[in-house]
Design a protein around this ligand. Structure first.
Ligand SMILES: *[C@@H]1O[C@H](CO)[C@@H](O)[C@H](O)[C@H]1NC(C)=O
Ligand SMILES: *[C@@H]1O[C@H](CO)[C@@H](O)[C@H](O)[C@H]1NC(C)=O
Ligand SMILES: *[C@@H]1O[C@H](CO)[C@@H](O)[C@H](O)[C@H]1NC(C)=O
Ligand SMILES: *[C@@H]1O[C@H](CO)[C@@H](O)[C@H](O)[C@H]1NC(C)=O
Ligand SMILES: *[C@@H]1O[C@H](CO)[C@@H](O)[C@H](O)[C@H]1NC(C)=O
Ligand SMILES: *[C@@H]1O[C@H](CO)[C@@H](O)[C@H](O)[C@H]1NC(C)=O
Ligand SMILES: *[C@@H]1O[C@H](CO)[C@@H](O)[C@H](O)[C@H]1NC(C)=O
Ligand SMILES: *[C@@H]1O[C@H](CO)[C@@H](O)[C@H](O)[C@H]1NC(C)=O
Ligand SMILES: *[C@@H]1O[C@H](CO)[C@@H](O)[C@H](O)[C@H]1NC(C)=O
Ligand SMILES: *[C@@H]1O[C@H](CO)[C@@H](O)[C@H](O)[C@H]1NC(C)=O
Ligand SMILES: *[C@@H]1O[C@H](CO)[C@@H](O)[C@H](O)[C@H]1NC(C)=O
Length: 281
């Protein structure tokens, strides 16, 4: 009875177990291990200080160049400060909002100072894919350096915007000025005198800042250098017009990127890369 050859319960169970295990062993390797390396690399996000979970179109650090657009390389200074280089000028990246495709950046050389070691104008004409956000004031704040001694007529008018810098070991006198302050705080005759005086300074640098920071400088009665430093440190907005193909790729379970040789958009998926969405084309 117990040795019935065809209906042994234990043997049926055993057979079942063997078949199931075999199936799992056969299927397991094909279900794991095959994720596309580009897909995996571009699934990682950038963490650097206040910048968290940064992804396409940004790349750099743990994200390979094919995970983003060439202009969007991030580096991380001291493991805390995200930097991006735009027309050869390094900027601190203070915030990134990928939903509105905007970021807030500030000149790295002017961080916490109005006396950088080299006096340079950044390119005002920002180039695509970047453009200024509407709350950015492009030409409203100018810093003058190496200004001569003031006359007694002008001195009281601009005393509050005076500062000193040690540039290359030499002490130089400087002034900051904003467009509207020039127009609203002086009488016409004074404005002309101030303008022609500032024109005699050795050099000037035009800084791009947030409109509200310019207004802050203009409305502060207690104007100090610190007001200007914090206005510059607040940064200004840039928006980008790129990567509108990305949403469809992400929605299909892919990671966005760029073919570094052709420049075309690429959607990296678990199995391979596609030109727009996973399992698409
Ligand atoms: C970053 O992503 C992780 C994991 O998805 C999440 O827990 C965290 O809240 C995110 N951080 C930010 C600042 O969005
Ligand atoms: C992605 O690729 C870059 C460049 O090859 C490499 O430096 C980085 O470590 C990779 N990141 C991950 C998360 O694999
Ligand atoms: C950078 O910061 C992260 C998070 O705080 C930390 O895990 C990592 O060790 C730091 N790396 C360096 C090189 O300091
Ligand atoms: C300081 O000196 C260097 C080298 O001579 C020069 O390149 C730089 O422009 C100077 N900086 C200023 C602010 O004059
Ligand atoms: C910055 O630009 C202004 C206006 O074009 C110019 O007068 C000034 O000389 C420039 N400064 C430097 C350091 O190139
Ligand atoms: C302007 O620059 C020249 C040449 O570098 C220098 O000799 C002069 O002292 C500077 N003027 C002022 C007011 O700093
Ligand atoms: C800058 O230096 C001059 C001359 O040394 C001095 O009279 C002036 O008060 C200083 N200005 C500031 C803002 O420290
Ligand atoms: C910046 O300057 C322009 C004129 O050049 C002016 O119309 C605008 O109101 C100024 N913005 C601020 C915030 O002062
Ligand atoms: C403005 O200046 C006065 C005197 O110099 C000072 O007591 C006051 O705290 C200043 N206010 C601000 C907002 O800095
Ligand atoms: C400009 O300043 C305003 C007021 O502080 C702020 O709400 C806005 O986000 C700033 N713009 C950028 C691009 O950071
Ligand atoms: C990138 O473009 C080149 C040339 O068009 C093509 O041969 C290659 O397969 C593309 N790579 C990816 C990952 O799409």
């Amino acid at each position: 009875m117990m040795m019935h050859p065809h209906h042994h319960p234990l043997r049926d169970l055993c057979l079942c177990f063997v078949i199931a295990t075999t199936l799992i062993l056969i299927r397991a390797p094909t279900m794991r291990c095959v994720d596309d390396p580009s897909y995996l690399n571009c699934s990682s996000t950038i963490q650097c200080g206040d910048l968290q979970n940064v992804s396409y179109p940004f790349w750099g650090l743990n994200r390979a160049s094919y995970c983003g657009l060439s202009e969007f390389e991030l580096t991380c200074q001291d493991n805390t400060t995200g930097l991006i280089t735009i027309t050869n000028q390094p900027y601190r990246v203070l915030r990134i909002d990928s939903t509105s495709q905007t970021m807030t950046v500030a000149r790295n050389d002017y961080w916490n100072t109005i006396c950088p070691s080299n006096l340079i104008n950044a390119t005002e004409e920002i180039t695509l894919p970047f453009s200024y956000t509407t709350d950015t004031a492009i030409k409203n704040l100018t810093l003058y350096y190496g200004c001569p001694e003031t006359s007694s007529q002008i001195a009281p008018l601009i005393a509050k915007s005076q500062f000193n810098c040690t540039l290359n070991g030499t002490n130089v006198m400087g002034y900051f000025e904003t467009k509207v302050r020039e127009i609203t705080t002086y009488m016409t005759v004074d404005l002309m005198a101030v303008s022609s005086y500032l024109a005699t300074c050795n050099t000037s640098v035009i800084l791009v800042v947030n409109q509200s920071a310019v207004q802050g400088i203009e409305s502060t009665t207690n104007l100090t250098n610190a007001t200007v430093v914090s206005a510059i440190d607040e940064g200004f907005g840039l928006q980008w017009t790129a990567g509108n193909k990305c949403a469809g790729c992400l929605g299909s379970g892919g990671q966005c990127g760029q073919n570094t040789s052709s420049g075309d958009f690429v959607c990296y998926c678990r199995d391979k890369s596609y030109s727009s969405t996973c399992s698409g084309t």
